[in-house]
Design a protein around this ligand. Sequence first.
Ligand code: IPE
Ligand code: MG
Length: 211
Amino acid sequence: MDGNGRWAKARGLARTAGHTEGEENLARVVRAAVKHNVGWLTAFGFSTENWVRPRAEVRHILGLHEKLFGRVAELNELNVRIQWIGRPFDSPDARTPRYVQRAIRKAIADTATNTGMTLTVAFDYGSRAELAHAAQRIVTDNVPATVDALQQRLYLPNLPDVDVLVRTSGEMRISNFLLWQIAGCAVHFTDKAWPDFDEHELELALSLLRK
Ligand code: IPE
Ligand code: MG
């Protein structure tokens, strides 16, 4: 969900205002995705690399994730099941504060029986950390390093392969996001900053599925 900072700057607002609008926009995009029968939507909220940002900005983004995972009533109304992908809370490098952990656990439990779209939020997530973690588990389990063995040891083994990856804000590059899962996927690049990514943009991304 890139471009929150630039969106804010273009309007003479603080970066934090861009993050706030970005969180609101995810709620809008979730609604639009449900309307378009999307089965799985995964959003990159905060990466393993993002912790170096100014403390006040990190604190603001943490609060927004607490808010996001607090949208249980909305998710239930939409029959959306929420899950989280990221460094396990008990791993040595994990940095997710307890209040965000609690919000994540509660949202997962309170939407677990929903049967519609699965919304996965990546928080303290990095693809390289995920793959290193899976590789370490292969070593620990002392099993042959096959594609299936690695897939089964990802953070969320049941997360399907990605069909369409969206990259916002004019960035023509791939980040440290779902590198294993995006093999062969279509990519929708857009100049729109994340807060401006609307239903029409979602339709453009989904149109790549039919090509
Ligand atoms: C995305 O917006 C939000 C996070 C990475 C947490 P940015 O903060 O990267 O916005 P830009 O790239 O500075 O515009
Ligand atoms: Mg950025």
